[in-house]
Design a protein around this ligand. Structure first.
Ligand SMILES: [Zn+2]
Length: 150
């Protein structure tokens, strides 16, 4: 029984595609902060305590150490809000969500999750990971402060 456990622990091979902006796109894995952190630690040794890794290139799946820098969680959220999301909707063509997804988010959001282990915004957090947007955008969508037209 033990034999099976000790043998061959498979780790998924990383496939990285470098694009014209010099981003190392980790295409074999779903977007995951762990991979970003690992890529940073590999080169710089460690992440200063309490800080998260920001993408200077605003490309979430990029693992190029040159494009990564430590920052506060708040800065990271501001980066995302500034660069990736537009709470007003599709008007300027940069919004990442489709109307269908917005409706899905509202349907999936369960206020009962609000006070789970992850914290008050637990459910928003989960949805933000699923749709790769900020949890504050999710809560704005749910509260109809964003995408209020649908
Ligand atoms: Zn990059």
């Amino acid at each position: 029984m033990n034999k099976r456990r000790t043998k061959k622990r498979r780790t998924k091979k990383q496939v990285i595609e470098i694009d014209s902006k010099g981003c190392w796109n980790l295409v074999s894995h779903s977007q995951n902060n762990k991979n970003t952190r690992k890529a940073y630690i590999k080169v710089y040794g460690s992440i200063p305590e309490g800080l998260v890794i920001r993408h200077k290139c605003d490309n979430n799946i990029c693992v190029n150490p040159d494009h990564l820098e430590p920052g506060t969680l708040k800065q990271n959220q501001q980066d995302r809000i500034r660069n990736n999301t537009n709470p007003i909707g599709t008007r300027n063509g940069r919004a990442k969500l489709t109307e269908k997804e917005v409706l899905e988010i509202r349907a999936l959001h369960n206020p009962g999750y609000r006070y789970n282990k992850v914290g008050r915004t637990g459910n928003c957090e989960l949805l933000s990971k699923k749709y790769n947007v900020t949890s504050s955008l999710i809560s704005q969508i749910v509260l109809r402060k964003a995408w209020s037209h649908i």
